[in-house]
Design a protein around this ligand. Structure first.
Ligand SMILES: Cc1cc2nc3c(=O)[nH]c(=O)nc-3n(C[C@H](O)[C@H](O)[C@H](O)COP(=O)(O)O)c2cc1C
Length: 381
């Protein structure tokens, strides 16, 4: 039964449709939405569609190789799973499912600081493919403890997100009561009642909590106070000074996420970033932001000899992964695509999203007659 449904989901768009039918409105809007007027979300799609690739039909090409070496590790494909905060609101245990998929498909998985799965549990599931995304806490002891937990869990790649100096303005989340603190409204109760699979999974797993941050939060606090405390402790704005302090404290790979200008890229590299993720946060922070597809080539030209260029925002297919790689990225992350998979089919859906991206990218290479993803830049028009 589930196999035949999976066969019918042949694209990320199919997973998105299925996810929409299974999620309460507030959870779907939290996942799919952008900020302000959703301009950046639409532009991500439009600018990716404007990247063209040219085939080499008369060249011989017997096999295609999708594997890549990134920051000292070989992955089966040049794509990975981006960090998603409050993942358990979208689907209970979503981050656990994604961590397992990452291990089984040998792709990277980045756990969000504000995920509903803890560092230790995600690392156990993703194993060598576990990366951690840090929203640096203001409290230095807490920050050091989180970094120690990452090291103890075997994490080799720390991703520091710099593009949230302010909580963004998301009209649908505000109207749905998904601000901080979250409110349970009559509307959200009614929406949940209409989605039995989501409600059942949520009842089974218990209410989502900020699992990584739990040890630092007093158990006596109610949901409202917890959310306020989290908002307070994670208030650190990441400027170059803060980034430098984290660099000094973290001996393994440091990756800076949220770069959308060559100036920030150069400053991140000067501060010692081993890698950068060119990103506009999937269009969720700055509605007037440029898109990675518009800036990645310029940024790559500036810093590619000194750091590893990665990217995310707007990926909805293996062709999109190919477009970004051709434009200069070594690794491409997708956020919503994997979450649509989980919301559509649970664990099998995370797996299926990875399968779709892989199959589409492989077909793209065959069509272009391109023997390796590392040669994709030769096909950029
Ligand atoms: C629901 C949601 C929650 C997110 N939470 C985080 C987060 O906690 N930390 C972070 O660095 N990025 C977060 N992001 C941004 C993603 O990591 C990634 O940059 C973005 O999803 C890429 O765009 P895409 O969804 O179009 O692939 C979130 C994105 C979404 C959609």
């Amino acid at each position: 039964m589930i196999e035949s449904q999976l066969r019918k989901a042949a694209s990320i768009a199919d997973l998105k449709r299925k996810a929409k039918s299974r999620l309460p409105g507030f959870a779907y809007e939290y996942l799919a939405g952008g900020c302000n007027n959703d301009v950046a979300v639409h532009n991500n799609r439009m600018q990716l569609d404007n990247i063209y690739l040219k085939p080499s039909y008369l060249k011989s090409c017997d096999t295609v190789d999708l594997s890549v070496n990134v920051l000292g590790q070989r992955y089966a494909a040049p794509f990975g799973i981006a960090p998603i905060g409050l993942s358990g609101i979208v689907w209970p245990r979503a981050s656990e499912f994604q961590a397992r998929t990452a291990h089984e498909h040998n792709i990277p998985f980045i756990l969000s600081s504000v995920s509903t799965t803890a560092i230790e549990q995600a690392a156990e599931l993703a194993k060598d493919n576990f990366w951690f995304q840090l929203y640096p806490p203001k409290d230095l002891a807490m920050r050091s403890d989180i970094l120690k937990r990452c090291r103890d869990a075997g994490c080799k790649n720390l991703v520091v997100t710099i593009d949230v100096p302010s909580l963004s303005w998301r009209p649908s989340d505000i109207k749905n009561g998904l601000g901080i603190p979250p409110k349970i409204t009559l509307k959200s109760i009614a929406q949940s009642a209409l989605c039995p699979a989501w409600s059942f999974a949520t009842l089974n797993s218990g209410l989502p909590e900020f699992a990584t941050l739990k040890p630092y939060i007093s158990e006596q606090l109610k949901m409202k106070e917890t959310a306020q405390q989290i908002r307070h402790v994670l208030r650190e704005v990441v400027d170059q000074t803060v980034l430098k302090r984290i660099r000094d404290e973290w001996p393994e790979n440091l990756i800076v996420k949220g770069i959308i200008s060559a100036e920030d890229a150069k400053m991140a590299v000067a501060t010692g970033a081993d890698g950068i993720i060119v990103s506009n946060h999937g269009g969720r922070q700055l509605d007037a932001a440029q898109c990675p597809a518009q800036v990645i080539s310029t940024i790559a030209d500036e810093v590619k000899d000194r750091t590893v260029i990665m990217v995310d925002s707007g990926v909805e297919s293996g062709v999109d992964v190919g477009r970004y790689i051709a434009s200069g990225a070594k690794m491409v992350f997708a956020g919503r695509a994997f979450m649509y998979g989980v919301a559509a089919f649970g664990y099998l859906g995370a797996d299926h999203a990875s399968f779709i991206l892989y199959a589409e990218l492989k077909q793209l290479l065959e069509q272009l007659r391109c023997s390796s993803v590392t040669r994709l830049p030769n096909h950029l028009v």
